[in-house]
Design a protein around this ligand. Structure first.
Ligand code: NAG
Ligand code: NAG
Ligand code: NAG
Length: 689
C-alpha cells in the first residue's frame, strides 16, 4: 500500500526525535465536550444466581472520575479491582481490594469506608503524561497490561494508543507490546496469561472514523508482543472466555452492533478462527465481557429500540444457546436497578458471581463538577492547563476573569475561584475574546454555530458595565450589519480593529473592521477565495492573524492552520494534519511565537463506542511554533478537546478554589449513532454516515 511505503521512513526519523520542550508560560484553558459532567464510578451487581436482584455495590471512591474497571484474576491474590481514575488532574491505573459477596452485604461502598487505609496508590509512575486505559493483570499478578499514549506515533493522523506491560515489582519495568508504527486498542489478557488480544487498525491506520472504529483482532504473546497474528478480521473489544475462545463486537452489515464468538486454533506462526454471531439483529450489543469463572455467560452493553439508555445484560449461552435467533437467555442486569442511566463496558468477576461496569454516580452526592479543572501539564511551575465546564473560554487581559459560552448563553466568572459568575447574554453566542484596551468589553458572535454562509449571525461587543464585574449593567452593540454569518471576532492589540469571518461574498473569508464602530466605521477584506477561512486570532504583537481554512481542498472537510499579516501579505500554512486532517481553533501564545490549537493529529485513543458521545473524539490540544516546527501534544484522553485559549497569567491549580462550581451532573449523551429505530424486518432506518 502506498501509504505504508511513504509513511515508514518519516516514522523512523521522528521516533528518535524527542518531544520539544515547551518554551513558554502562562495558562491554557480549553473545553472537553460534556466531560465535566461524567462523575463516573465503578459499580458491581451480583449475577449468580442470574435471576436474583441484588444491591448495587460501588467499588470506587465516589469523588474522582473512575472508569473502565476490570477484576484482577483470582490467582493473583485477594479479590481486587483494577480501574482507571482521574485524580487531581492526572490519570492513572489503580488496584483496590473488593469485598467478598458476604462482606459486601454489610456495606454499600468501598474506598471511603476504609477509614484507616490510605487511598490506593497509582500503579504507574506519573511520567510521561499519557492516557492509560483498559487495564488487565496477568494471572500471577506480576504484570499490568494496558493501553497508553505515551509515545508519539511519529506521523500525523496515527493513533498513539499502544499496549504496554509494566512489571509491578519495584522499578516498574515497562515493555511495549505493540509494534512501532501500529496502534492497538482495548487489550485483554487470556486466562493463562500467555496471550493478549487487542483491536487494531493494523497497517491501514485511521481514516477519520468517529463512530465505528475499523479494527481487526490481533493476538500476541503477553510476555513480549511476539507471535503477533491477525486472529479475526473486522472486530473490536476482545474478551477471553478461555484460552481459545474470544468474544468481540462488530458492526454488522445489517447495521446493528452484534457480539460474536471466535474459536481460535494456534499454529506455529499463525492463528485460525471460526466465528459465529451470538446476538441477533434488532438491537445493539457491544463491549462484551467473558470470564473463565462464568462459562457460558457473556455480559454485554446493549441499546435496544425504544430505550434511550445503555444497559448491561448477561447472556446465558448454555441453555442451547449460540448463534443468531438461538434460544440464548438474556438477563437484564442494570435496568431494574438504575433504569435512567447509561452503563458502560462490563466485566465479570473471576468467580463468575458479579458483573461490574461504570456509570455516572448521579447528583445525589453534592459533587457538582468543578468549573475549572486543573490538568497536569508538562511544566507546572511556569505553565498551567485547565479544562473548563463551558465552551470557547478566554481570559480577560488582567487574567482576573474568564468569559465562556454555554451554547446557549455567554458567561463571565472570576478566575480565582471567588465566584462572580454571571450570565451576560442568554442567546446563542460563540466564541469569546476580550478587547485589549477597553476593560470589560467582550467580542462574540450571536446566532447559530455550524451554519451556512447566509445564516444570520452577527458580531457584537458585550460591554460589562464598569468592567469590574460589580456593575450589573450590560450593553450589547452590534458591529456587523449584513447578518451573513459574521463570526469569530478577534481584536487587534492596539484596540483599533477586529478581524472576523463573514459569508457575505458567498464564501467564508476574513475581514477587518473598526473595533468601536464596527462596519460603519470602516471595513476591508483580508482574504478572498471560494473556500472557508474561519476561527481567526490576532497575535498579541499585532503582526499576524492565524486562522483555520480548507483552502487546500475547498469543501473537503479538511482544515489546516494558516497565518497572514494584517496587511494581507505573508500568507503561509503553519500546520496541517495530513490529507483529510482537521486542525482548528488557533490561539497565539502571549509571546506570539507559538500557537495552541485542536487537531486530529493523534487520531483517536480508544474505541469511540466505549465512551459517551463525542462528535470529534480525536480532538486533542497541541502547540506548534509559528514556523510550523515543534508540534507538542498537551492532552491525552479519548474525549473531544477543543476551543483553547492562552493567557500570560499563570493561574495555579491551588489558586482555583473549590467554589468554582457549575450545576448538574450526569448531563451527557450516549453515542448519537446508536439512536436508530428498528424496522419490522430487523434493518435499521437511521442513517449512520
Ligand atoms: C487532591 O489534592 C488535594 C490537595 O493536594 C488532596 O487533599 C486530595 O487528597 C487529592 N485527591 C486525591 C483523590 O488524590
Ligand atoms: C443453537 O446453538 C447451538 C450451539 O451453538 C447450535 O448447535 C445450534 O445449531 C443453534 N441453533 C440454531 C437454530 O441456530
Ligand atoms: C505588511 O506587514 C508586515 C508585518 O507588519 C510588514 O513586514 C510588511 O512590510 C508589510 N507589507 C506591506 C506591503 O505593507
Amino acid at each position: 500500500m502506498a501509504c505504508r511505503a511513504t509513511l515508514l521512513p518519516l516514522f523512523l526519523f521522528l521516533l528518535v526525535a524527542p518531544e520539544p520542550a515547551l518554551a513558554t508560560s502562562g495558562t491554557i484553558v480549553f473545553t472537553t465536550l460534556g466531560r465535566s459532567r461524567y462523575a463516573f464510578d465503578v459499580f458491581a451487581l451480583t449475577i449468580a444466581p442470574l435471576s436474583a436482584a441484588s444491591a448495587e455495590l460501588r467499588l470506587t471512591d465516589g469523588a474522582s472520575v473512575n472508569y473502565n474497571g476490570n477484576f484482577a484474576p483470582s490467582s493473583s491474590g485477594p479479590p481486587s479491582l483494577l480501574f482507571v481514575s482521574e485524580r487531581n488532574g492526572s490519570l492513572n491505573l489503580y488496584l483496590t481490594p473488593v469485598p467478598t459477596s458476604a462482606s459486601a452485604r454489610r456495606r454499600d461502598a468501598l474506598e471511603e469506608e476504609e477509614e484507616d487505609s490510605a487511598p490506593p496508590t497509582p500503579l504507574l509512575p506519573w511520567d510521561p503524561i499519557a492516557l492509560k486505559d483498559r487495564p488487565s493483570l496477568t494471572p500471577d499478578g506480576a504484570h499490568l497490561v494496558y493501553v497508553s499514549t505515551a509515545e508519539p506515533a511519529g506521523a500525523p493522523r496515527r493513533s498513539w494508543a499502544a499496549v504496554y506491560s509494566t512489571s509491578l515489582a519495584p522499578g516498574r519495568a515497562t515493555r511495549r507490546l505493540t509494534p512501532r508504527g501500529v496502534a492497538d486498542f482495548s487489550p485483554a489478557v487470556s486466562p493463562s496469561g500467555v496471550w493478549t488480544a487487542a483491536a487494531s487498525p493494523g497497517p491501514r491506520g485511521w481514516a477519520g472514523e468517529v463512530e465505528d472504529l475499523r479494527t481487526d483482532i490481533y493476538v500476541f504473546r503477553t510476555s513480549d508482543g511476539s507471535r503477533r497474528a491477525l486472529a479475526v478480521p473486522d472486530g473490536g473489544w476482545p474478551t477471553w472466555a478461555d484460552d481459545t475462545t474470544v468474544f468481540f463486537h462488530r458492526r454488522d452489515a445489517d447495521g446493528w452492533y452484534g457480539v460474536y464468538r471466535a474459536r481460535l486454533t494456534f499454529t506455529d506462526d499463525d492463528v485460525a478462527s471460526v466465528v459465529d454471531r451470538i446476538t441477533p439483529p434488532g438491537f445493539h450489543a457491544f463491549t462484551p465481557a467473558a470470564s473463565p469463572g462464568a462459562p457460558g455467560l457473556v455480559a454485554v452493553a446493549t441499546r435496544r429500540p425504544g430505550s434511550d439508555y445503555r444497559h448491561i445484560e448477561v447472556i446465558d449461552l448454555s441453555g442451547g444457546g449460540g448463534g443468531a435467533n438461538n434460544r440464548s437467555a438474556y438477563y437484564e442486569v442494570t435496568r431494574p436497578v438504575a433504569p435512567r442511566a447509561h452503563h458502560f463496558n462490563p466485566f465479570i468477576s473471576p468467580d463468575g458471581e458479579r458483573v461490574g461496569y461504570h456509570r455516572c454516580r448521579g447528583s445525589g452526592n453534592g459533587d457538582s463538577p468543578l468549573l475549572l479543572e486543573s490538568i497536569k501539564g508538562p511544566a507546572p511551575d511556569t505553565f498551567s492547563l485547565f479544562r473548563i465546564d463551558g465552551s470557547f473560554p478566554s481570559f480577560s487581559h488582567d487574567g482576573k476573569r474568564i468569559a465562556f459560552v454555554g451554547l446557549p448563553g455567554l458567561y463571565v466568572v472570576n478566575s480565582d475561584g471567588s465566584g462572580g459568575r454571571r450570565r451576560v447574554f442568554s442567546g446563542n453566542a460563540f466564541p469569546t475574546t476580550w478587547d485589549w484596551k477597553r476593560k470589560g468589553v467582550i467580542y462574540t458572535s450571536v446566532g447559530p454555530d455550524f451554519a451556512s454562509e447566509s445564516t444570520e449571525v452577527d458580531v457584537v461587543a458585550v460591554s460589562l458595565g464598569d468592567g469590574d464585574g460589580d456593575d450589573p449593567s450590560v450593553s450589547i452593540k452590534k458591529l456587523t450589519v449584513g447578518g451573513e454569518n459574521n463570526a469569530f471576532p478577534s481584536p487587534s492589540p492596539d484596540g483599533k480593529w477586529v478581524v472576523f469571518r463573514s459569508g457575505r461574498s458567498g464564501h467564508k473569508n476574513l475581514y477587518i473592521m473598526d473595533a468601536e464602530d464596527g462596519e460603519a466605521g470602516g471595513i476591508r477584506r483580508l482574504t478572498e477565495g471560494p473556500w472557508s477561512d474561519t476561527m481567526c486570532n490576532w497575535s498579541p504583537d499585532g503582526e499576524w492573524i492565524a486562522f483555520a481554512s480548507d483552502r487546500h481542498n475547498p469543501g473537503g472537510g479538511s482544515f489546516a492552520i494558516y497565518m497572514v499579516h494584517p496587511n494581507g501579505t505573508g500568507l503561509r500554512r503553519v500546520v496541517h494534519s495530513a490529507d483529510g486532517g482537521r486542525t482548528n481553533h488557533p490561539w497565539f501564545s502571549p509571546d506570539s511565537k507559538t500557537l495552541v490549537f485542536t487537531s486530529d493529529y493523534a487520531a483517536v485513543s480508544a474505541e469511540p463506542i466505549s465512551n459517551p458521545h463525542h462528535y470529534q473524539p480525536y480532538g486533542e490540544i497541541f502547540t506548534v511554533n509559528i514556523d510550523g516546527s515543534g508540534i507538542r501534544r498537551l492532552t491525552h484522553n479519548s474525549f473531544e478537546d477543543g476551543t483553547p485559549s492562552w493567557t500570560p497569567y499563570h493561574l495555579k491549580a491551588e489558586d482555583v478554589g473549590e467554589t468554582l462550581q457549575a450545576s448538574g451532573t450526569c448531563a451527557f449523551e450516549d453515542c448519537h449513532w446508536l439512536n436508530i429505530a428498528a424496522r419490522p424486518d430487523g434493518l435499521m432506518c437511521g442513517k449512520h454516515a
